[in-house]
Design a protein around this ligand. Structure first.
Ligand code: GTB
Length: 216
């Protein structure tokens, strides 16, 4: 059945792969599923046609026959459940991989998003300089614990899983902050993720949209 996802027509990150469609593209590439992309303008995100797919008017969404999904975590989990490649076979190992999905999205991503907001949206506020170190330290606290758990392993729990895919995607949002580099085990982990052929294909596909938009 044909899979269609949605992505930004013009990515605000300049093709750096930080918008969340990259996570879904990566998951589809890992399991070898072809997909189509419906590109949307910011205005189209809030049109009734898209709000029917995504109640908050965001990307990415995922359509497969009658099934319409939103939320990257749910989409990546669905892909991992349907196709081999991102979930271990053993039941307990699957449960642990799902735990890492939640850890990435519920425990590690929130302070990272808070930091992005503090830097991008609040830097002109009179209290910004006082607040920023507090927000950065909340990120460091998560990274320090994650780094200890990862240790010298390649991936979080045995073979590469959907949990790693999402954790690495979340950590990538720290690009350019200098904070990830304070944790060499984690920057190595992100580096390993980025060298996976499936990630490279996903990154190239999202970049091609940006390149076409900026030359058109
Ligand atoms: N929890 C949802 C999920 O995981 O799917 C969050 C989805 C979401 O935030 N989507 C964003 C969106 O559609 C795009 S990815 N925003 C438009 C809107 O809300 O109206 C977030 C994003 C955007 C831009 C950058 N960037 O430029 O670096 C990075 C990440």
């Amino acid at each position: 059945m044909t899979i269609t996802i949605t992505a930004f027509e013009r990515s605000p990150d300049g093709g750096r792969g930080l918008a969340r469609d990259t996570r879904v593209r990566w998951a589809l590439e890992e399991v070898g599923q072809p997909y189509n992309v419906r590109l949307l303008s910011f205005k189209a995100l809030k049109d009734p046609a898209h709000l029917a797919r995504h109640p908050f008017g965001q990307i990415p969404t995922y359509e497969e026959g009658d099934l319409v999904l939103f939320e990257t975590g749910a989409i990546v989990l669905h892909i991992a459940e349907r196709h081999p490649g991102l979930m271990p076979k053993d039941a307990n190992a699957r449960a642990r991989a799902i735990t890492w999905i939640f850890a990435a999205l519920n425990t590690v991503e929130p302070p990272i998003l808070e930091l992005a907001n503090a830097r991008l949206l609040e830097s002109d506020k009179p209290w910004s300089d006082a607040r920023l170190p507090l927000v950065e330290d909340r990120v460091r606290d998560r990274l320090a614990h994650l780094s200890v758990r990862l240790g010298d392993a390649d991936w979080l729990d045995g073979a590469f899983s959907a949990g790693d895919l999402l954790m690495i995607s979340v950590l990538q949002r720290l690009k350019g902050s200098g904070i990830l580099e304070e944790y060499p085990k984690l920057s190595g982990y992100v580096g390993r993720g980025k060298t996976r052929p499936a990630y490279r294909r996903a990154f190239a596909a999202q970049l091609a949209v940006f390149t076409a938009a900026s030359s058109g």
